[in-house]
Design a protein around this ligand. Structure first.
Ligand code: GLC
Length: 415
């Protein structure tokens, strides 16, 4: 089977890391299948896919299309007015871009197209009327009413929707209706790479801080700078901890995406840390490509999203590395852990409660060890990436076998 993937960026955020895990799992399970990835921007994803033996084509989004994003619009005052104006500008470039996608499809001749981002679900739906599409949802649709409406109108083109958690699957059914098959497939990680043993990043050096004393407990939040990822809650929680605790905080990551208004800048977060009196106790490392080494360098991994987290890949990665993880208890993230068994949880956005959880772990090495050990066991059971091919291949097979023969004929005619 020939499978083509469409991804809206070449950067490596959670959705892209999840896609790489699928590609790697498929490569091993179905080595003879030609796989091709179309990216709408340059970045490290292309080389990472290449390394797995997946060919890539970069078809950059026109700037107006790259900036378009409903999430940022909701968060900002007057955001929808701006979004509609942006949509108007972007719509001029859509027909030409759809034409590029069509040519890419004709040249690779896939049996199925797997799209990995909201814009790509729509664009693929407009680029082909005969090939089966699998939409992979990494985000909630109900909070994006405009996108949800467009997807509902295009949903007849979609053979199956993959959702990264049960919570995202329920939301998808509510947003696009019961007409489409929605299948939850949890993300997974490479358990050899994300493991308790291996290199540890020198976070102090990366952040330009003097090396912390040996007994220092390191607590960090790793992720992109999307505003809802809870950097502010994390910094405010840290500011509530007694100064004499031997603990240092790290913000690991960067603003990765091009969509407007949806992210903090590094400068904003540094200013916030300084205004809370934390400048000498918080390290900003920037984006760390070897995220496993960064996670292993932490004693406590904090997930602090203020909105329901669709899945929360960093939670699975931190658990696989045997770390003590604190999880913001909402959305798909809440499905992944059991409080006080393999992680601690806190109420989203509640800096006071998060501070209590961090203090509990920072002052109790045996609690960190107990949770970290149980976390690794959960990861081995639930997040092994070899499972992905077993779950995804049947979806591709069902999608292609349910294609009526008239479709194959029209496909030949299209090409
Ligand atoms: C998106 C979601 C995140 C998830 C990732 C991979 O980035 O926001 O929760 O872990 O996709 O599915």
């Amino acid at each position: 089977m020939r499978v083509m993937y469409f991804n809206p960026t070449g950067q490596l955020g959670g959705a892209e890391t999840s896609l790489l895990a699928i590609l790697s799992s498929l490569r091993h399970a179905q080595p003879s299948w030609p796989l091709h990835l179309v990216l709408a921007g340059d970045g490290p994803l292309s080389a990472a896919a290449d390394a797995l033996g997946v060919s890539t084509t970069v078809l950059p989004f026109p700037p107006a299309l790259a900036k378009l994003g409903e999430h940022g619009a909701r968060a900002n005052h007057g955001g929808y007015v701006r979004l509609v104006a942006q949509l108007g500008r972007a719509s001029f470039s859509v027909p030409a871009y759809v034409g590029h996608l069509r040519r890419a499809i004709r040249s690779f001749r896939p049996d199925v197209i797997h799209t990995n981002g909201l814009k790509m679900h729509l664009l693929a739906g407009w680029a082909t009327s005969s090939l089966p599409l699998v939409w992979h949802l990494h985000d909630y649709l109900c909070p994006r009413p405009l996108t949800a409406t467009l997807l509902r109108w295009t949903a007849s083109r979609c053979a199956a929707v993959v959702a990264n958690s049960k919570s995202v699957a329920d939301d998808a059914r509510a947003a696009i209706g019961e007409g489409v098959k929605v299948v939850p497939v949890y993300n997974a990680v490479d358990l050899n790479r994300f493991s308790p043993s291996g290199d540890r990043a020198d976070l102090d050096k990366l952040a330009g801080l003097p090396t912390a004393p040996a007994e220092t407990v390191r607590v960090g939040l790793l992720g992109t700078f999307a505003r809802w990822k809870g950097h502010e809650t994390f910094l405010r929680a840290f500011a509530q901890l007694p100064r004499e605790l031997p603990i240092r905080a790290y913000v690991i990551g960067d603003a990765l995406y091009q969509t407007d208004g949806s992210q903090y800048s590094g400068e904003e977060l540094r200013q916030l840390a300084a205004s809370l009196g934390l400048a000498d106790r918080v390290g900003f490392t920037g984006f760390v490509r070897q995220s496993d080494a960064a996670l292993r360098a932490l004693d406590i991994v904090v997930h602090a999203s203020t909105l329901p987290e669709p899945f929360g890949l960093v939670i699975a990665e931190g658990m696989a590395c045997g770390r003590a993880v604190i999880v913001s208890r909402a959305g798909g993230a809440a499905e992944l852990v059991s409080h006080d068994v393999d992680a601690l949880t806190h109420t989203p956005g509640d800096a006071g409660e998060l501070a209590i959880r961090i203090a509990a772990l920072a002052t109790d090495a045996s609690l960190r060890a107990r949770l970290g050990g149980a976390a690794r066991a959960t990861a081995e059971r639930a997040f092994d990436h070899t499972r992905l091919a077993r779950e995804i291949v049947p979806l591709y097979q069902a999608a292609t076998s349910s294609r009526p023969s008239s479709v194959s004929a029209s496909l030949r005619a299209e090409s």
